[in-house]
Design a protein around this ligand. Structure first.
Ligand SMILES: [Cu+2]
Length: 177
């Protein structure tokens, strides 16, 4: 377990510099919204048709009195090869998004959203969750690659709306269920 925690800390420490570097680039092109289908892109997995899934992960979105916007949980372990149904409930007063992508993809999209604040995502790897509503997204985690989930509406990630999905070839003992 100790070794596992160390590994996670290492992965997170790798991820953050990547985000700040990419964000600073301010890439001007439209990020491909179906990046998972592009050759050469990071293997983040693929959408599933929804009829079959191995596991349901229930998440909530909240806005706190002190101004934070949060996903609960904000760290999820998933076994590679698993089809996961995310059920995301928005308990907040604002509309939010659940966008799933690699760390570099999220950084690219974040910059794009800053320049195009009215854009909304309706892609296989993203879903809008209106205030007081729930939404679902079903995804197959085909590869051992850590992903980020995030709300890309301007300012929301900065307010706390992001989390990490750690895809392993096994499940950590405490993350089953
Ligand atoms: Cu949001």
């Amino acid at each position: 377990m100790k070794r596992f925690i160390r590994t996670c800390a290492f992965i997170v420490s790798l991820a953050f510099p990547a985000i700040s570097v990419d964000a600073a680039n301010g890439k001007g092109q439209v990020p491909h919204t179906r990046a998972f289908e592009m050759p050469g892109h990071e293997p983040i997995g693929k959408p599933s048709d929804g009829s079959l899934f191995d596991r349901t992960v229930e998440m909530t979105i909240k806005e706190t009195a002190s101004g934070y916007m949060i996903f609960e949980p904000d760290a999820i372990h998933i076994e590679s090869g698993t089809v996961v149904r995310f059920v995301i409930s928005n308990l907040g007063a604002l509309d939010h998004e659940f966008f799933l992508g690699s760390f570099s993809e999220v950084a690219e999209h974040k910059q794009w959203m800053r320049d195009h604040p009215d854009m909304r995502h309706d892609d296989p790897n993203a879903v809008t969750v209106q205030s007081g509503q729930s939404a679902e997204l079903i995804w197959e985690f085909t590869d051992i690659l850590n992903l980020e989930f995030v709300c890309l509406l301007p300012g929301h990630r900065e307010a706390g709306m992001w989390g990490v999905i750690m895809v392993h070839d096994h499940l950590a003992p405490k993350s089953e269920g």
